[in-house]
Design a protein around this ligand. Structure first.
Ligand code: ADP
Length: 497
């Protein structure tokens, strides 16, 4: 694909296994592994990762420290180093991870939602860029993710544009969720080291604030998001979060690449967290995971269809649709297992469903990665009725475990789940479009009747879902093409500048 391996720095505010609050961390932990081993006749690329060093991260060794001058003072950046190891299709690679530490900014309980977020992440971005000459390492590509990294493309274009060490670096900015934008007061300009002339709607101003998401979108060489459908949806007002106009302006630089999942970690054949391992040729063993799950959730151990749900409990996830249909759903001979945490009102909603149907609804409020695997393995169907979903990992993991997704046709759900067609037998799940309880209910009904009335076809559906390829290998190749695109656009713009 290329005549030489690329040097790629991926920058993210969270990376598995060091820190995780959501899907971003999974992506930031998995994509580098795939990039390190694909492309260029499998010689791999020189991939490295940068993230903050939060409290609780262990086993990182001191590498260097230096002052970062910003906001009229110097703050010390301590760079610690750890590694991610990639075993991928027979290849073994070590990926350096640079952890930016500063006791004041990052030694706190929790990762986000502090009053000085702008200052913390501006510092982080500056420190990442200032670290590079000290490492004597010049990446070809800096791959930024979400608003916390928005200042990097901005700094490269504005602050470091004339610096020969930096001016060949191209940037990719990935939007994992446009709803979280990092919008801060006007005074934030000072942290960025620019004057009021940047506070215009054409530049950094976003409805009276300085928007870090906008900064990334405006200044990166190419932008992408985590599915093609979401890339199209965010250019329209309904899901554009007031940035649709800006995104339409950059639509020729905006791409969609669906996330993969780690096929090594998420493998029902070897997963040590589940009760009984199985694969697409031993689907009958999946049932033992259902019985184990029922036992664990204090539900009657019976051969009934089990619907699972694992989700952050926030508006995005379509939980009001569940509220609309809970009684109708649980009037059937089914069981419903929910794992999630988030907004209090949804936590209470699920507790209430459990209290009313203790024999049918098992509810675990909290974060539990082991139980999550047991639900993926033990359930028959997996619900994701999201209002919007940039990519969604749940449906991909569910399919890998032969659990049939029932999803709303939005974002990455629309790109990865295709409605079962009884006439042709095609499809890998059940899909509905209208954001209405009835539409969800009818999709579930179709799934239940296939399950109970046509077990042979149901088994074929499981087999097909398990055989699909949502591994990172595929998406990593698309990312390499995107990096190439970013490099050539960067070069072309530099020439005309
Ligand atoms: P989002 O990033 O919007 O939360 P995704 O579907 O992209 O949604 O990723 C969510 C990931 O987090 C999935 O791997 C899912 O299994 C996991 N997850 C969500 N909630 C929980 C929970 N309460 N306990 C364990 N894992 C969870």
């Amino acid at each position: 694909m290329f005549d030489r391996p690329l040097k790629i720095l991926l920058v993210s505010s969270e990376v598995v296994p060091f820190a995780k609050t959501g899907g971003l961390a999974d992506v930031a932990g998995s994509l580098p592994k795939a990039l390190a081993t694909v492309g260029n006749d499998n010689l791999g690329n020189d991939v490295r990762v940068a993230m903050p060093h939060y409290k609780g991260i262990e086993k990182a060794t001191y590498r260097m420290d230096f002052p970062v001058f910003f906001n009229s003072r110097a703050e010390t950046a301590i760079i610690r180093e750890s590694t991610i190891e990639a075993y991928y299709q027979g290849e073994h690679r070590i990926i350096p991870v640079y952890l930016v530490d500063n006791h004041h900014y990052f030694y706190r309980d929790g990762m986000y939602m502090f009053p000085d977020e702008a200052e913390r992440f501006t510092f982080f971005c500056r420190a990442v860029l200032e670290m590079l000459p000290r490492l004597n390492w010049q990446p070809d590509i800096i791959h930024c993710n979400d608003w916390q990294t928005g200042p990097i493309p901005f700094f490269l274009k504005v602050r470091y544009a004339q610096d020969p060490f930096y001016n060949r670096m191209a940037t990719v900015f990935t939007i994992h969720n446009l709803q979280y934008q990092g919008n801060f007061p006007k005074e934030t300009l000072k942290l960025l080291g620019v004057g009021e002339e940047y506070f215009t709607p054409e530049l950094l101003e976003f409805y009276g604030t300085v928007s870090y998401m906008k900064m990334g979108i405006l200044y990166a060489d190419v932008i992408n998001t985590v599915s093609k459908t979401y890339a199209a949806e965010i250019q329209r007002p309904e899901l554009g979060e007031r940035m649709d106009g800006l995104l339409r302006k950059r639509s020729h630089d905006l791409y969609g690449i669906v996330n993969g999942i780690n096929y090594h970690e998420f493998n029902p054949k070897t997963d040590p967290r589940i009760h009984r391992n199985y694969d697409h040729e031993s689907i009958e063993n999946k049932k033992e995971n259902k019985y184990a799950l029922q036992k664990e959730m204090n539900l009657p151990v019976r051969d009934v269809p089990v619907l699972g749900m694992i989700s952050r409990l926030v508006d995005q996830k379509g939980l009001d649709l569940i509220a609309q249909i809970a009684d109708r759903l649980l009037s059937h001979d089914v069981q419903f297992v929910v794992l999630g945490s988030g907004d209090r009102r949804y936590e209470n909603m699920f507790r209430d469903i459990h209290n009313r149907y203790p024999e049918k609804a098992g509810v675990y409020i909290g974060f539990n990665a082991i139980l999550a695997q047991r639900i993926y393995a033990g359930a028959d169907m997996f619900l994701m009725p999201s209002r919007f979903e940039p990519c969604g990992l749940g449906q991909l993991i569910a399919m890998r475990y032969g659990t049939i997704p029932i999803v709303r046709a939005t974002g990455g759900l629309a790109d990865t789940v295709h409605d079962f067609n009884p006439a042709t037998g095609s499809g890998n799940g059940f899909v509905f479009s209208e954001y209405e309880g009835d539409a969800l209910y009818h999709a579930i009904q179709r799934a239940l009747s296939l399950y109970t009335e046509h077990p042979h076809e149901w088994k074929m559906l499981i087999k097909r879902a398990m055989e699909l390829d949502f591994s990172w290998a595929r998406s990593a190749v698309e990312y390499l093409q995107l990096y190439q695109e970013a490099l050539s656009r960067h070069l072309a713009r530099a020439k005309t500048a």
